[in-house]
Structure formats: C-alpha cells, structure tokens
Design a protein around this ligand. Structure first.
Ligand code: NAD
Length: 464
C-alpha cells in the first residue's frame, strides 16, 4: 500500500470516534478522523450532554437561590437572570471542550479531515473529491433525533433537543412529547426558567428502561416541582400555527385532545445516523432498527469496516461509545479487550439525579432470576439532612444464591457521582456483602449504599 495510506480512518468525532482515534494513535496506528460538522465532539459535546449539563447547572443554581437558600437562613433580594448570558456561558463551555478535542487530535498526530465521509470500497473513504486510502475504517457516525408521523419538525415552534438548547426566550408553555431522558432534562431547564411544562408520554410510566420504583418516585418529585404529565397519550400531530405549536393526541380513554403551547419539543428517541455514508451501497448489514450489525470485534459483515457507538445496538450513551471505541481499536491491534455492558452506568441529570447500572427489578422478574433487594432512603442520613437534600433512595439487587450484585439504582442528590462506586462493583463482580463491608466515609450520601447493601441481608444499621 502507498505510504500515505492510513492504518485507520475513523468516521465521526463524537466521544466514540475521537476516543477511538486517540487510542489508535497511542497504539502506533497512522490515524485520520473525518467529521462533517465544523467543530469536533459530535452530538455529545455540541448539542447533547455538555450544553444540556451547562444549562442544567445554571438553572439549578437559580432554583436553589430562589427556593433553597431561605431554608438555610440566607436572605437574597430579588433574583433575576439574563437568558442571553446563560446561553453564552453554555456556548463557551461547548467551545472550550470542542477546542480541547481539536488539541488532542493534534497532540496525538491524528489528521482531521472535514467533510461528509462516504464508503466507496473497503480500504477507501471518499470525503468530497478526496480519496483517503486506509487499511481499516471505524464508523462512529452516531445518531439523530427521530420524529413521529404527523409531527412537522423544521420550523421554530416544533423542535428537537438541538433547538431547545438555544430558545432565545423562555417559552410560556412548553409541550414536550416523550418523558424520556431528553424530555425530563430539558423540561427541567425551561421549567426552572419559568415555563409551564406539560409532558405527553405514550406509555403509562415515565423513563422507560429505568427501574419502575425509581421512575414512580421520580415522577412524584417532578410533579412536586410543577411539571405536568399526561401518560398514555398517543400523539397524532404537532404543527406550527403562527406563534404557537398545536399538538393533538389521543388519551388512554380514546378521547382526542388538543394542547397548545408556544413551543413543542419532540424527544421520542434517536436513530442511527448513516445518511450519505454509502453503507447500503457497500452491502453493510443492518438490524431491524437500521443500526449497523457488528460481530464481537465490532466488525461489520464487510472485512476491515468496523462500527461503534449509537450507530450500532445498545444504549445511546457517550461513555458506552467510548468504551466500544477503545475495545474495537485494541482488538484491531491484537490486544484482549472487552466491554462489560452490564456495568455501564446511566445517569439522568435532573434534580434529584437518577442513576442506575445493571438490571432493573422488572428485568430480573422477567428473566426469572431469584434476587434479594436492599433499599435505603437518604432522609435519615446526617449528610442528607445537613445538605437539605433528603429525597430519594438507593436500591440494590443481588443474586439470591451468590449475593453477586445484579443491579443498582439511585435517585437522589448527586446520584450520578454515587453510581461510580456501584459501576466498579458491577465490573468487579462484587457481592452486596462486599459493599456492606467496605468503609464509607461519614457523613456522606454514599453511606446509603452501605446501608442498602446491609439491608439486602436484613441488617441495615439505621433502618426504620
Ligand atoms: P428516550 O428513548 O429516552 O425517551 C423517549 C420517550 O418518548 C419514551 O418515554 C417513549 O415512550 C416516548 N414516546 C415515543 N413515542 C411517543 C409518542 N408517539 N407520543 C408520546 N411519547 C412517545 O429518548 P430521548 O429522551 O429522545 O433520548 C434519546 C437518546 O439520547 C436516549 O437513548 C438516551 O439514552 C440519550 N440521552 C442520554 C442522556 C443521558 O444519559 N443523560 C441525555 C439525553 C439523551
């Protein structure tokens, strides 16, 4: 092969693609990364995880100032906010991080090629008119929001999460379609800024995939904060009408209803993004949901072409894509690498946060696995009381016979940080007893984990 042939060309620079490219460079591969957008970082950094977390943090501070400080005896005057400045700060955070990825590409000697990549044949990627020769190709092209029949996206009234990160004014009434992660996170942002938020959800519960008991507790807390939910609502259309969005849906009773808001956010899931890639022309196999099918080496049915992240099966999570990217590249290099899927945590960044790893109670029921359950609320903990954040609990599920941890679920203050310990426990195949015997600093919220582990054996110390 010519000397300008790459060892690996990565398509897509999200947390799957750019992390894989860095690992490839570390392993001595001559690597290039192709990105269609002007900045690196993909959905997560540009219009997903990072900007939403920036807005969640700002609006959480606002709500704490308005509602919580008084309880601590802190008096503040009239609390105001400047939306333009909030949005600018969010954009600055994004800029710093996408710039950071560009720096990392340079530092690791990875060539960045801007443009839409097309697979022409194994060993060649076309970017515009440029032919890029490569021994291997790794597709990390990610996902895009899906819509619904009758829902007319495209304008400024009926929008996806991308536009809802940058509304130039606070909606008076934001109608959300879908009570999944995006709906609850962005719904929280705009509710805290003063919008009335109504969530239409087709299922009889919120947050599908999250443990049912946790989802029920979460819904109660979100309702207490002022979010309205209509469950069992089948949306039939959402259209812009002047400065309004008009949403029609069928209630579970069968009655047709109309809801008007000044904005409607459609957050009903995402699908693999393969437009313009030429995957079909090259005969790449896909599954029933249009995701690229791969084997245990993340290789598609075409030798030399690999895929990871949202464009293949599994949870659409940045860190899952990164793990797969590293594992795929290490396997290309002949190293032993694997992804422990059951140990991949999942966090919803609402207040309180919701975090989980492993199996839900419903999944264990369904698969007929005998388990023991240990739960412990945050309310009695000294730290929770001192913080003034008593809501929520830890719930651990352990194998009835072996005591091995099968699932862990947390709803509460900084649950997203607490889950790290439980993800490591899952990765290491720990038992509930291991957690119960590990010293947890006092006073911390993590003590609820130790107590829940003790509760799985009926011996929580501070149990009511
Ligand atoms: P989701 O799958 O989490 O939730 C979509 C919701 O829409 C579901 O509750 C579903 O039942 C509902 N729905 C579907 N059709 C409907 C209809 N016709 N009417 C009303 N409701 C309907 O999807 P999402 O919130 O759009 O998020 C997309 C992806 O992005 C998810 O896979 C998620 O993992 C990822 N994401 C993750 C995070 C995070 O980890 N914090 C944040 C944002 C997004």
């Amino acid at each position: 092969m010519a000397s300008d042939t790459f060892d690996l060309v990565v398509i897509g620079s999200g947390p799957g693609g750019y992390v894989a490219a860095i690992r490839a460079a570390q392993l001595g591969m001559k690597t290039a990364i192709v990105e269609k957008d002007a900045t690196l970082g993909g959905t997560c950094l540009n219009v997903g995880c990072i900007p939403s977390k920036a807005l969640l943090e700002t609006t959480h501070l606002l709500e704490q100032t308005q509602k919580d400080l008084g309880r601590h005896g802190i008096r503040v005057g009239e609390v105001q906010f400047d939306l333009a400045k909030i949005l600018k700060r969010k954009d600055d955070v994004v800029r710093q991080l996408t710039g950071g990825v560009a720096f990392l590409m340079k530092k690791n000697g990875i060539e960045v090629i801007q443009g839409l990549a097309r697979l022409s044949q194994p060993g060649e990627v076309m970017v515009g008119d440029r032919s890029v020769a490569t021994k291997r190709i790794l597709i990390a092209s990610g996902s895009v929001p899906v819509s619904l029949p009758g829902v007319e996206l495209g304008g400024t009234r009926v929008v996806t999460s991308t536009e809802a990160l940058s509304f130039s004014e606070v909606p008076k009434h934001l109608v959300m379609i879908g009570a999944g992660v995006i709906g609850l996170e962005l719904g929280s942002v705009w509710r805290r800024l003063g919008a009335k938020v109504t969530v239409l959800e087709t299922l009889e519960r919120i947050l599908p995939g999250i443990d049912g008991e946790v989802a029920t507790a979460a819904q109660r807390l979100f309702e207490r904060q002022g979010m309205k939910f209509t469950l069992g609502a089948r949306v039939t259309s959402a259209i812009a009408a002047g400065d309004h969005a008009v949403v029609t849906f069928t209630e579970k009773s069968g009655e047709a209803k109309t809801l008007e808001g000044d904005r409607c956010l459609v957050a009903v899931g995402r699908r693999a993004f393969t437009e313009g890639l030429g995957a079909k022309e090259l005969g790449l196999a896909v599954d029933a949901k249009g995701r690229l099918a791969v084997d245990e080496h993340f290789q598609t049915n075409v030798p030399g072409i690999f895929a990871i992240g949202d464009v293949i099966a599994g949870p659409m999570l940045a860190h899952k894509a990164s793990e797969e990217g590293v594992a795929a590249v290490e396997r290309m290099a002949g190293l032993a690498a694997h992804v422990t899927y059951e140990a991949i945590p999942n966090v919803v960044y609402t207040a309180p946060e919701i975090a989980s790893v492993g199996k839900t109670e419903e999944e264990l029921h369904e698969s007929g696995v005998a388990y023991r359950k240990g739960s412990f609320p945050f309310a009695p903990l000294g730290r929770a009381k001192a913080l003034g954040h008593p809501d929520g609990f830890v719930k651990l599920l352990a194998d009835q016979k072996t005591d091995r941890l099968l699932g862990a679920h947390v709803i509460g203050w900084h649950a997203g940080d607490l889950i790290a310990e439980l993800a490591v426990a899952m990765e290491l195949g720990s038992s509930a007893e291991d957690l119960a015997r590990s010293s947890h600093a006092h006073p911390t919220m993590a003590e609820a984990i130790k107590e829940a582990a003790l509760a799985a054996d009926g011996r929580a110390i501070h149990g009511a």
